[in-house]
Design a protein around this ligand. Structure first.
Ligand code: NAD
Ligand code: UD1
Length: 313
């Protein structure tokens, strides 16, 4: 049994990770300000080893005291404003959360020589920007187009530099577009598949920004949790960054049709101009992660089917 800190643990990916850690009998401490996450995502695990702090990771002194007191074996940094568009609207506020709060954590671990087995930082495919090279490899040119992507890339580099300079056992992931149960659809900045799902459930109109021909490598959250467990526990994954995706792409128009099929329903769609800073084409080369033994189990159709069925429960 190990002790984990999961920042952003009440959020979409975080709460799916917490569930998996609890099933494996670990102790988990979650810090989340509930700006996007929900207490109900983790409330059922509170009696099975999960402690929840309704706090912001930008409360540096709280985070410092927590890290000094709890002596975590593993630290998973998922807490962030996950929306690219929101970072374009609020660059300074999101910078404090998406970069400075992570730096404070690395620095606390360094300064107080806190013994940790692994610190994992969740970066993003957004760092590749509109670089035309496809699929995106970890060695591809980086072209962060938005405050979100700049902060993700900087935090990723801090993770790796703190590893190489000071010996912290760090690793970073570049998630592509993740979807599945517990993704919060309520904000206009929510992940697009959760918004489509919500529109289908409520028979409301869905807005496509752009022509719908933008491509994404949509990855089911169960595959992401599998990748996280692998990268946390494999000693070869150190001071390095890994794409986490399926290695396949679909267009947003394809995804709308796949969702309609999975729910056996039609959706009312309107098209508006593309969002500023939006990426046109994105999909991953996952060779590096595959060499550690990973493979994605869920195609978009399989993932959407399980997503729809799990929400019916
Ligand atoms: P999410 O919004 O569901 O989760 C992020 C969590 O962080 C939320 O619960 C939110 O309340 C919390 N949070 C935000 N600001 C905070 C603060 N100041 N203090 C404490 N908690 C705070 O998003 P997600 O999809 O679960 O994303 C998890 C991580 O993965 C994020 O870092 C995101 O940038 C990254 N990521 C996600 C995707 C994706 O497609 N979902 C892709 C690439 C990277
Ligand atoms: C997503 C993640 C981001 C992650 C990145 C990695 C979210 C909210 N964003 O960004 O954290 O780093 O993947 O690849 O999880 N769209 C519409 N209509 C809508 C909403 C979105 O057409 O109502 C379009 C967007 O303009 C975009 C596409 O759908 O072209 C995907 O948007 P979104 O789900 O916000 O994801 P990314 O911006 O790719």
């Amino acid at each position: 049994m190990d002790k984990y800190l999961v920042t952003g643990g009440a959020g979409f990916i975080g709460s799916n990770l917490v569930e998996s850690l609890v099933l494996q009998k670990n102790e988990v401490i979650v810090v989340d300000d509930l700006s996007m996450g929900k207490y109900s995502n983790i409330s059922e695990f509170i009696d099975s080893g999960v402690t929840f702090y309704h706090k912001s990771i930008t409360d540096f002194s709280f985070m410092q005291e927590l890290l000094k007191k709890e002596k975590f074996n593993y630290i998973v940094l998922l807490g962030a404003v996950a929306s690219v568009a929101d970072s374009v609207a609020r660059p300074l506020e999101t910078h404090e959360i998406n970069l400075e709060a992570n730096l404070n954590i690395f620095e606390t671990v360094r300064k107080f020589e806190i013994p940790v087995k692994k610190i994992l930082f969740a970066s993003s495919a957004a760092v590749y920007g509109n670089n035309p090279e496809l699929p995106k490899k970890e060695t591809s040119v980086i072209d962060p187009l938005t405050p979100y992507a700049v902060d993700k890339f900087a935090s990723e580099r801090y993770a790796i530099s703190y590893g190489k300079l000071y010996g912290l056992p760090t690793v970073a992931t570049r998630f592509f577009n993740v979807y599945g149960p517990k993704q919060n659809p309520e904000s206009p900045y929510s992940g697009v598949l959760s918004i489509i799902h919500n529109c289908l459930l409520n028979d409301s109109k869905f807005t496509v920004f752009g022509d719908g021909e933008q491509t994404r490598d949509f990855t089911y959250v169960k595959d992401v949790i599998k990748a996280l467990m692998l990268l946390l526990h494999d000693e070869r994954a150190l001071h390095d960054v890994y794409n986490v995706a399926t290695g396949k792409w679909t267009t947003l128009n394809d995804d709308i049709h796949a969702f309609e099929k999975a729910m056996d329903k039609k959706i009312d769609v309107e098209y508006l101009p593309a969002r500023t800073g939006d990426i046109k084409e994105s999909y991953a080369d996952i060779t590096k992660l595959s060499l550690l033994g990973y493979h994605a189990e869920f195609s978009i159709n399989e993932g959407l089917r399980e997503y729809v069925e799990s929400e019916d429960d």
